[in-house]
Design a protein around this ligand. Sequence first.
Ligand SMILES: [Zn+2]
Length: 177
Amino acid sequence: MPRQLVPDRLLPFFSMITDVSRKRDYMNLAIQEAEKSDQAYTVGAILVKDNNLVGRGHREISSSKQGEELIDIVHAEDLTIQMAGEQASESILYSTLEPCCYRRHNNNNNSYNPCVELIVSAGISRVIIGMVDLNPKISGKGIIALHKAGIKVEYYNNGIERRLFSLVSRKRFESQK
Ligand SMILES: [Zn+2]
């Protein structure tokens, strides 16, 4: 078994697990989205409103920045929220990984907004994550920030732990060689 995807210390920050129909199907869609990425470390997300898919995206290199010395990474949640537009309001976000709550500036002093801020300003009502960020410096901070902003956070990884873990493991990439 991979490492524990959601550490016990973060459980107080999660809401009661709801009976959202097709939750496993939706998390599988987020995983499929992540698997489209050619990055060794990747994330996938989808937005669901009234049981309709209104957005999807995966972590990727910004197309406008390709070829520059420093490449920018666009986050899955960002692309997903952009695709949904106004339909993001009151929707449910499924993300394979907890959303980020800060982003470093690059050499051009540009920065994307952290996904937690994008989620809050889009009016998303609930976030369902597959796993907590494994980086100990980050792990759980995005979940706590969402919780503090009044957004309900759940996790769902039942039976799909290995697939989720492979998205943030270089083994996925190496196994393709
Ligand atoms: Zn992010």
